[in-house]
Design a protein around this ligand. Sequence first.
Ligand SMILES: Nc1ncnc2c1ncn2[C@@H]1O[C@H](COP(=O)(O)OP(=O)(O)OP(=O)(O)O)[C@@H](O)[C@H]1O
Ligand SMILES: [Mg+2]
Length: 254
Amino acid sequence: MNNEMVRIKAENVNFYYGQKQALKNISLDVYQNKVTALIGPSGCGKSTFIRLLNRMNDLVPRTRVEGNIFLDNVDINRGQIDVVDLRRRVGMVFQKPNPFPKSIFENLNYGLKVNGCKNRAEREKKIISALQKAALWQEVKDRLNESALGLSGGQQQRLCIARCLAVNPEVILFDEPCASLDPISTRYIEELILELKRDYTIVIVTHNMQQAARISDFTAFLYLGELIEFGLTEKIFTVPTQKMTEEYLSGKFG
Ligand SMILES: Nc1ncnc2c1ncn2[C@@H]1O[C@H](COP(=O)(O)OP(=O)(O)OP(=O)(O)O)[C@@H](O)[C@H]1O
Ligand SMILES: [Mg+2]
């Protein structure tokens, strides 16, 4: 585990919504080209933590972060960080597919323009490549100018993944990406995530223990804002060191 390259390093992170502390002294490493799963009962702080990694919590008023989060050794909360560029490098896919109410093409074209890709032919190339990587190209290549809202839920989620890939991210954050999908679409996304980890670093929040076991390399178990245990998924699921982890995984609470 120590031979792996650390891409994101959280050190002693506390996070507050107003007076309420949602994360307590979290230290966690995210390894390059690995899938890191965040698990734990509802309200334990999984979404709060994942949103810190690309500063999505900035959008929530009266919040405060303490401690350090490094992306490639640069503290993302200090100094001259360009948040738009941070969110390009650390992309995010949400629980509910959230395509823009625009054409399939425009969903990807927009982010490329915002990120300064001025040449239309170049954008088209990137759009096709992203749709291919997200395993959606075959299904949409004849309807690129139709509304994204006409796609199925699973297709919309793959479109959101493609939108994220189009701007060439390094890390992809998934917050329960399969929560609103049927089992077949879920399997599709899981397989896709396993493909994507060859080129990207992935952090995923999931309520589905089987999913965490199937697709992640590392697992972090959070409870009431604390990191109870972190380690290789195989180890966490077979021989957890904390009694609480074992109880959670065996369904005793949560
Ligand atoms: N915008 C907010 N304002 C105030 N408190 C919040 C806000 N968002 C989350 N919280 C609180 O912070 C704590 C952690 O919430 P968070 O959404 O991170 O949990 P979670 O582990 O993602 O839960 P779930 O599995 O239900 O998605 C909870 O107590 C929640 O009520
Ligand atoms: Mg959540």
